[in-house]
Design a binder for this molecule. Structure first.
Ligand SMILES: NC(=O)c1ccc[n+]([C@@H]2O[C@H](COP(=O)([O-])OP(=O)(O)OC[C@H]3O[C@@H](n4cnc5c(N)ncnc54)[C@H](O)[C@@H]3O)[C@@H](O)[C@H]2O)c1
Length: 312
């Protein structure tokens, strides 16, 4: 059994990854519980540590070769946080520490980047072109990618950056206002409220199902070289599309309350070009929005909101 470290493993994507990896590996989760929740790990057999991801003892273990691979998910994930220094220290500096430690032992690192690196650049979004973040969160992830690229020649193992687009699926309830719009709209409807969208619901996003995100991470374990690639569905879908699918799954017609967008910055259209991902990882998305939402809503209707990878 390989020993695998997941930073941010009490969070949404980290806990889904822990559930998938714990089937065949000895998983260690390192999380400071700033936004994650212990409930995500309740049904996963793993070692849990409440520490920062760049805790000196943890870095020593990475440098000594205690782990076969590191999946780095820990980050400030609330994109509305505007404290620049804090965002850069937690997201970027800590990642640099992990890369330096992993270089000593030649440990493979797979890390979470983000579609936030593209800001409002024209879609389809492609790694290496139009990387124009519009907030410090997106910049902190682009800065991670730049540090990773500088290591490529000198790192004895591989470093794979995964730019997740808008991830949805079971295990994200703890994220409240930063959870996917799919969950937020479902919760509004179930609370008997009118679903609310920014005028007029035609903004488009690349919504990627959590099972595809986990399979991309697992594929990255076998990547033949270092690189950065998009993890998205490859399709841009509107918020009105979500309302339509939600109404169908819940067998009711939904009347939307459209209101003015209060934010100065808002991504209006994201869409992943996943051709580089297929080349690097041999991975392609398998879940259409209709299929992912059908499974997600069915689980929510059964009262399940833990990591989907722990549901079967
Ligand atoms: N969910 C998405 O749609 C999405 C999209 C793009 C990128 N990402 C990235 O994916 C990763 C996982 O995001 P998520 O959606 O699971 O969010 P999440 O908030 O559920 O998980 C993040 C986890 O990291 C932990 N954490 C934060 N700072 C830490 C630190 N310094 N040391 C140790 N643990 C720390 C939190 O407690 C939490 O458990 C993040 O890097 C995020 O930026 C997510």
């Amino acid at each position: 059994m390989d020993r695998i470290l997941i930073t941010g493993g009490a969070g949404y994507i980290g806990a889904n990854l822990a559930a998938a990896l714990a089937r065949k590996n000895d998983v260690v989760v390192a999380d400071n519980f700033s936004s994650g929740h212990w409930r995500n790990l309740a049904y996963i057999d793993c070692e849990t540590r409440a520490v920062d991801c760049n805790d000196p003892m943890l870095l020593d273990e990475i440098a000594a070769g205690a782990f076969a691979a590191v999946f780095h998910q820990a980050a400030i994930t609330d994109t509305t946080v505007m404290d620049q220094r804090l965002m850069m220290e937690v997201n970027t500096n800590a990642f640099a520490d992990i890369l330096a430690a992993s270089a000593e032992s030649g440990t493979r690192v797979v890390y979470a980047s983000s579609a936030g690196t593209y800001g409002n650049a024209p879609a389809p979004n492609r790694v290496g072109s139009s990387e124009e973040p519009e907030n410090v969160y997106g910049f902190s992830k682009l800065a991670m990618d730049r540090i990773a690229r500088r290591w490529y020649g000198d790192h004895p193992s591989t470093i794979v950056g995964l730019r997740y687009f808008n991830v949805y699926g079971s295990g994200e309830s703890h994220k409240d206002k930063t959870s996917s719009m799919i969950l937020q709209l479902y919760q509004q409807v179930k609370a008997g409220k009118q679903p609310r969208l920014f005028k007029h619901g035609e903004q488009k996003r690349d919504f990627v199902y959590i099972r595809d995100v986990i399979s991309a991470n697992l594929a990255a374990l076998a990547a033949p070289r270092s690189g950065i690639c998009n993890v998205g569905s490859g399709h841009a879908r509107s918020f009105n599309d979500i309302i339509e699918i939600l109404g169908k799954e819940l067998s009711r017609s939904l009347d939307v309350d459209y209101f003015d967008n209060p934010y100065g910055f808002y991504q209006n259209h994201t869409q992943a070009d996943v051709s580089q991902t297929a080349e690097l990882l041999g991975w392609s998305p398998e879940w259409q929005l209709e299929d992912g939402m059908a499974e997600y809503i069915s689980l929510l209707e059964q009262g399940f909101n833990g990591p989907v990878e722990a549901s079967s």
